[in-house]
Design a protein around this ligand. Sequence first.
Ligand code: 13P
Ligand code: SF4
Length: 303
Amino acid sequence: MGIPRIQEEIRSLLKERNAVLLVHYYQRGEVQDIADILGDSLALSMEAAKTDARVIVFAGVRFMAESASILSPDKTVLLPRIEAGCPLADMITVEQLETVRKNHPDAAVVAYVNSSAAIKAHSDICCTSANAVRVVNSLTDAKKVLMVPDGNLARYTAKFTDKEIIPWTGYCPVHHFVTVEEVREVKKRYPDAPFAAHPECDPAVLEMADYVGSTGGIIRYAGEINARKIIVGTESGIIHQLKKNNPEKQFIPVSEKLICHDMKYTSLEDIRDSLVEMKHMITVPDGVRIGANRALSRMLAVS
Ligand code: 13P
Ligand code: SF4
């Protein structure tokens, strides 16, 4: 008998451990292909909150696994590569948040899920790129809203609300450095192709987009739009799924720089090893978890 293919090994380990494999669209193609649930940050946190499985294996980055553990503290949450982080999430500390909050005592605080558990615990509500506008507009008592840590998402959200939005200075180093010149150049080569971008891009780039949305939103848009070529302004991993869903369409990355190395760490071997050795377990201490759970659950309630 030959050595079982790694995909089969993973499938049988998932069954043995009563585990579910959650995978983000930015993961490597072969990892996306064995997902139980493939989705954007919002869909994956909804799934983590409601799954019956005993173990959640998160093929994504740390803040995603932390959110799963916060929402389902009785489950074992595994992050196959412990070094898979998010530089944007590290761009604000609790001390910085408390300082800026003192300057705006009447502002509600909305924490993008791409943040630490401690930041979530110090916020009023969380949001993702899929629901930021809805979350902000749900804060009926607030006239001012401090949005952390992503300044670009904050500025984008400000266009769809009457509230005063105070953006923090963080940014995603993958999306933020896409330039207007790059977009212009690709549009020149593909003049009929619509441009779909993630709200973590710079405002000037978003001004040039035909559609702005989360990874899940971009997947839906690409399926629905009557175009044979689509320019993609988000991390390259999404193209795997876009091509699978729409084999007749062509997807053109707007920039070669759109690669999140943290999202690319996780291999099939890492997933197998995480299930064999039950590593790396992600837990959030109760002192932080309770506040973070309140902010995440409040977000899920309005989503
Ligand atoms: P989504 O919320 O669209 O899944 O994006 C997550 C992310 O990390 C974007 O860089
Ligand atoms: Fe973080 Fe940007 Fe990577 Fe998303 S793409 S995980 S925001 S660094």
